[in-house]
Design a binder for this molecule. Sequence first.
Ligand SMILES: [Zn+2]
Ligand SMILES: [Zn+2]
Length: 186
Amino acid sequence: MTSLDPRAPLVLDTRELGRRPGSQREVTLTAPAPADLGIEVLSVTEGSPVDIDLRLEAVMEGVLVTGTATAVVEGECARCLEPIREDIEVTFQELFEYDDTRHRERGDSEEDDETSRLEDDLLDLEPLLREAVVLALPFQPLCQPDCPGLCPDCGARLADDPDHAHEGAIDPRWSALAELNPEDQN
Ligand SMILES: [Zn+2]
Ligand SMILES: [Zn+2]
C-alpha cells in the first residue's frame, strides 16, 4: 500500500512512538544526498553526506519532526565563476499527520496537498530536507560578499587583481586619431 521504501535512507519509521502523544525519540543519521538537492547554481553533491539530527514527537494528529541538517554545498560564484564550497546548516519542522485521520475527518475527495502525511507510520524526510536547503541558499551565490566579478575587457577575475586595468588599451576614438596622425605628418 505504501509508496515509501522503509530501507531508503531518508525514510523513518515512527512505529516506536506507539502513537502515544508525548512520546519522543531522538534520531541522528547520516544519509547520502539525493540528486538535485539545492538550486541550479549551488547544491549538495549527490551522494555526499548529509548529517541530520532529529526529534520525533508524537502529538494528537501525528508526528512532529524537528531537525537540523548539515551538508556541504558546491557551486560557482554568480559574478566571477570561482568555485564555491561551503557548509550549510538548515533547520526544519513539520507535522506529519497520521494517514488514517484524513478519511475520518475530511473524506477522500478533499485531498490537501499542503499536509505531510505518514504512510503506514513511515515518514519521508526528503521533501522537507529539500525545501529547507533550497530556502537556505542564496539565489546569487558569491565567492565573497563584494566580489567585483570579471574584467569586461579580458575576463580576468578582479578579486585576484584589484588594481587590474588595461593601461595599454586605447579608447576607440583615440585609436582612430592615432591612425590619422601619421598621415598628417607626411
Ligand atoms: Zn566571485
Ligand atoms: Zn582585463
